[in-house]
Design a protein around this ligand. Structure first.
Ligand SMILES: *Cc1c(COP(=O)(O)O)cnc(C)c1O
Length: 468
């Protein structure tokens, strides 16, 4: 399998190179140059297999010869051995034709674990093969940092630096990052907000000298390896509910458009998905684009579903490439327009394709709370606020025929205050979360200054230093 950039300037790369690069050198995002196809017979054969086997069948065609099959199988097994439920992504029925797909049974209780556990092992392997080291730098608004640290801690070939905005992540989220004692883990509390943290990381990636000398790699949601691992649970859940004999619909709480884009890819590979619903909170750039055809970031409003408080939806570029007829020049011109005018408009044909492929809707704060409450009263099930956004939007979507699966992206105990407000009591806390509350924390505080960041990374990264 070969990969190309949405902006057309990188030529063709293999899987391992795309994995280690993260963002393409031309500023674009990597995508496969063709989509693997599953026949009806192959889809039927997913019935009754376990999650690890499904993961192997879905991911192998994207990886090809870059990882031998037996090694891929053991990477998958080890990755999902960290999950508390060996079904990895269990389905829970909450209505006559309504299911939640629980993606939060991993070590940090958000769906980011599903992909990050695989990504870390694939990256570590690729680096060991080349005899190289890498420095991972990632900005987090909450869930990504913890998942990345949990997945990359203790790995020989990798040092990880995570920037969180000081005082602006929840206590549970901060402790998940700062109580990990491994020496290759470095936490930075940045004097600033998430956009500042993200801005510093972007500045590092755009500085080719620093990027090359420190071998900086990215693991945020634009890394193809993360998308690939997220395609799997669409297959496993759809087949469990009767695909390919009946189509299934999905409602996906959406921020950076990674999770729902994985569903779009699953459909391109032959899985019969009827509807893909983009569910946003009031930071609704994607719902507005679907409605009006204009992509226009506005200011970010803090909500009870903070992992979706995003206005620049990075993975949307991959979809734009697809609905724009796979023309890199079109992407380059849209991104230039976004940079100079602060928005861009889709052509009629592009908007038509967006609407053919997706439904979209938003849920405000009151609807989110009401949905958690109603679900609890009807079923006793406690959902987190991100999941509630997905459920609220699904329930508002008209003309639904197929069974609907709502992706449940976080454990309710990660957001105890909102849940308590909705149902009058705090959600039960998993043991490992309780234990984290007493462990020692470790982080440094840095000014919002790129040179300070570079200095700290140079001092602590093992890249370029003798192996110890
Ligand atoms: C990251 C995240 C999302 C949004 O996923 P995207 O792939 O960015 O659209 C939704 N819910 C939770 C809990 C998350 O951590």
């Amino acid at each position: 399998m070969k990969y190309i950039s949405t902006r057309g300037e990188t030529g063709e790369l293999g899987f391992n190179d795309v994995l280690l690069a993260g963002l393409a050198r031309d500023g674009g995002l990597y995508i496969p140059n063709k989509w693997p196809q599953f026949s009806l017979e192959e889809l039927k054969a997913f019935a009754g297999i376990d999650y690890n086997d499904a993961a192997f069948r879905v991911m192998q065609p994207f990886i090809g010869e870059d990882v031998p099959e037996n090694e891929l199988r053991s990477i998958i097994e080890n990755a999902y051995g960290t999950f508390s439920n060996k079904n990895v992504a269990p389905l829970v029925q909450v209505g006559s034709s309504e299911w939640l797909l629980e993606l939060f049974r991993g070590p940090t209780f958000a769906f980011k674990d599903v992909a990050m556990q695989v990504l870390a092992r694939l990256m570590d392997r690729a680096l060991q093969q080349k005899g190289e080291r890498a420095t991972i730098v990632v900005a987090t608004s909450g869930d990504t940092g913890g998942a990345a640290i949990e997945a990359f801690k203790g790995r020989d070939a990798i040092d990880i630096f995570v920037l969180h905005p000081k005082g602006r992540v929840s206590e549970v989220q901060r402790r998940q990052m700062t109580t990990v004692p491994d020496p290759n883990v470095h936490n930075i509390a940045l004097e600033g907000n998430f956009d500042d943290a993200q801005g510093l990381v972007k500045a590092l990636f755009n500085n080719s000298e620093v990027r090359d000398s420190l071998k900086i790699a990215g693991v945020n949601s634009i890394n193809w390896g993360r998308i690939m691992a997220q395609i799997v649970y669409y297959f496993s859940s759809a087949v469990a509910l009767g695909a390919p004999f009946r189509p299934i619909s999905y409602s996906v709480p959406t921020g950076n458009f990674g999770d729902i884009y994985a569903g779009y890819v699953a459909r391109k590979m032959g899985l019969p998905i009827e509807r893909l619903i983009i569910a946003t909170n009031v930071n609704d750039i994607l719902a507005r684009t679907h409605e009006t055809g204009r992509y226009e970031p506005l200011g970010v409003v803090p909500t009870s579903s903070p992992s979706m408080d995003i206005q620049i939806s990075s993975n949307f570029e991959r979809l734009l490439f697809d609905i724009g007829g796979e023309i890199p020049a079109r992407i380059v011109s849209l991104m230039e327009e976004l940079g100079s005018k602060g928005s861009f408009a889709l052509l009629d044909g592009e908007l038509l394709k967006l609407r053919e492929g997706f439904s979209a809707g938003r849920a405000d704060e009151e609807e989110t709370i009401d949905t958690i409450k109603a679900l609890y009263e009807d079923t006793g099930y406690v959902a987190d606020p991100h999941t509630a956004v997905g459920l609220a939007v699904a329930r508002k979507t008209e003309n639904m025929n197929a069974p609907i699966v709502v992706l449940s992206t976080a454990h309710p105990a990660k957001f105890p205050d909102v849940v308590e407000k909705a149902i009058g009591k705090a959600p039960d806390q998993p043991l490992s979360m309780t234990e984290q509350a007493t462990l020692e924390e470790r982080y440094v505080v840095l000014e919002n200054d790129v040179d300070a960041l570079i200095g700290f990374i140079e001092e602590n990264s093992r890249v370029g230093k003798a192996a110890s």
